[in-house]
Design a protein around this ligand. Sequence first.
Ligand SMILES: Cc1cc2nc3c(=O)[nH]c(=O)nc-3n(C[C@H](O)[C@H](O)[C@H](O)COP(=O)(O)OP(=O)(O)OC[C@H]3O[C@@H](n4cnc5c(N)ncnc54)[C@H](O)[C@@H]3O)c2cc1C
Length: 292
Amino acid sequence: MEVIGFGLAGACVALQLQRAGIQVRVVDDGRVGSSHVAGGLVNLVAGRNFEPSWEVKEAWDVALPFYEELGDRLFQSVPILRLWRDEKDRRKFERKREQLGSWIQKVDDEGVTWRGGGWLDCSRFLEIAREECLKSGGEWAAVPRGGKQVWCAGAAGLIRGDFDDVAHRSAKGEILTVKIPGWGEKRILNRNGWVIPIGVDLYRVGATYDWDHLTSGPTEEGREKVESLLRTFTDRDFEVTGHVAGIRPIINRSKPVVRFQEGRGWMVNGLGSKGVIYAPRVGLEMAEILQE
Ligand SMILES: Cc1cc2nc3c(=O)[nH]c(=O)nc-3n(C[C@H](O)[C@H](O)[C@H](O)COP(=O)(O)OP(=O)(O)OC[C@H]3O[C@@H](n4cnc5c(N)ncnc54)[C@H](O)[C@@H]3O)c2cc1C
């Protein structure tokens, strides 16, 4: 089976196919897809309304052991402090509190702290997944050779219109890496955006959403937006050490899509803003379909 694209989707599809005994050949054009820039955040109760995302528990039950098996500390479990926006926000939470019980670690005047979240080092995951795939007999090819194919081309494929009738609402996002000496914040902070502690004095901050300009590359405007966002979390001085941008592949109300088109092959796409949570399960789904 030829897997086209080796981001989170392609990597998980390739490894899950191999585990199901299917031979894999990977074709990736080497461009920096959104998986190379993603914050890697796993937030099981993201969003304004304290609504768990679509089948998030089922997906994470597959994903967590998948990442743990691939590498120690590839996924780092970190408490997520969702700060209150205002009193209304807090009241909204109180109305949902009972149904969110299993994810709540603590509630106080700052906000609610979720358990079970954290972040995945996506770049390292892609490296390890590639090694693993090669070790299990996978091949790498520069151009597609044809035959049975699974297209995991992310937003690039959606924008090109690789498959018929796929309405997408992909969104560009920008992220900064910043150095904040002495801040010492160890939790992931979340409110309108997020800050992830990734090393000594180092934090990843994001992310912007732009549905209208699906161009590649970071922008000055994006940088300013993320810097303003960071100022809502801390008034400490910071130094920007990195700035990246990518396009989230969004279709079907942010639900991942696995579908077949005659003459084209399979498509696995639409991981949206939650590629880390959804990719291993969608890869498994693809493998199960192909085994039948
Ligand atoms: C700024 C930003 C922040 C994000 N933060 C998070 C986060 O914190 N947590 C989270 O879970 N998700 C996050 N995401 C979303 C996540 O990045 C995506 O859900 C996921 O990476 C999509 O993976 P993919 O494999 O579908 O696409 P991609 O990562 O884009 O991979 C597709 C690959 O296919 C290749 N390709 C395309 N066409 C061809 C072709 N014709 N031939 C060969 N190769 C081809 C591309 O070059 C690319 O390498 C973020 C996204 C962005 C943009």
